[in-house]
Design a protein around this ligand. Structure first.
Ligand SMILES: N[C@@H](CCC(=O)N[C@@H](CS)C(=O)NCC(=O)O)C(=O)O
Length: 283
């Protein structure tokens, strides 16, 4: 019996679609990545971002099937019926349950839910910053320092110390390190994807001295988060994603100040054209 294809619709960026794309590929299910582009355009001498590839086409059609339609969305067949769901965390929960990557019992399932929300909080701090356009560089660097402190400070107020503390309570003799139990689950993908965005941030704003080595989180005093991150990169089933064009996508969309272009820089609409295809199939 062939495995059903799963469609994941999202912009031509990693953003909120990336962790779901990774999960589908990891599970070995055929992925149809529907891609919508946000096109920067000059209108009356000011820059606007045209999202009509989504807003004026598929969104109108899919809204008839799901009033809550948004990006990302998942479209799949279940028991012969077509289903469409929106909300990134609902997509990750659905995929986790479908692929047995949502904990082994009810306690672990609750932990998966907690960690999905915790990873949302972690991601939101840098995303809010990324989409802010500052008056000047000084303001940008000040705010980057605030983000850095909020995430990396070691007091109980810091966001990342929660993950380090949680991992320190686990039995770390296992060579593989996951958030919940001994097996991979949905929040692992969301944490990994968010950590990659922070790596880009740390390098771009020079918060880490050694950018050659991959152990950024260890350099900042989070050895177990670092172990989790480095371990995730070596997982054999992740390699297909790393080899794909999806992994090369920028983190944020064209309208973002940080991460919309290569290596954290802002997308340069004068020089660059987004030629991402409408559909990327990974089988
Ligand atoms: N809470 C939602 C947020 C979704 C959202 O804000 N999507 C943005 C991209 S990150 C979008 O452009 N949506 C398309 C739309 O509003 O139609 C989720 O987690 O999926």
């Amino acid at each position: 019996m062939s495995i059903e294809k799963i469609t994941l619709g999202y912009w031509s960026t990693k953003g909120l679609g990336s962790a779901s794309r990774q999960m589908i590929i990891y599970a070995g299910a055929p992925l149809i990545a529907k891609i919508y582009r946000l096109i920067p355009k000059l209108e009356n001498n000011s820059l606007i971002y045209d999202g009509s590839e989504w807003h004026e086409k598929d969104k109108i059609i899919l809204k008839k099937k799901n009033s809550l339609i948004n990006l990302p969305y998942l479209q799949f067949n279940e028991a012969g019926k077509e289903k469409i769901i929106a909300q990134s965390i609902t997509c990750l929960t659905y995929l986790g349950k479908k692929f047995n990557m949502f904990g082994e019992n009810s306690k672990e399932e609750l932990d998966c839910n907690q960690f999905l929300q915790e990873t949302v909080d972690l991601r939101n701090i840098v995303t809010r910053f990324a989409y802010t356009h500052f008056e000047n560089e000084k303001d940008e660097l000040n705010e980057a320092s605030t983000v850095f402190n909020q995430v990396f400070e070691h007091s109980n107020a810091g966001k990342l110390q929660k993950f380090e503390h949680w991992l320190s309570k686990k039995n770390n003799s296992e060579t593989k390190l996951f958030l919940i139990g001994n097996n991979i689950s949905s929040p692992d993908f969301n944490l990994f994807d968010t950590l990659e965005l922070y790596v880009e941030f740390l390098k771009y704003y020079k918060f880490v001295k050694n950018i050659i080595s991959d152990n950024f989180f260890e350099q900042l005093g989070f050895p177990l988060v670092s172990k989790f991150f480095l371990n995730f990169k070596t997982l054999p089933k992740m390699q297909k994603y790393f080899d794909s064009i999806l992994y090369k996508f920028p983190y944020t969309n064209k309208s973002a100040k940080f991460g919309s272009g290569k290596n954290g820089i802002t997308w340069d609409h004068n020089k660059e054209i987004d030629s991402t295809p409408e559909e990327i199939i990974i089988e």
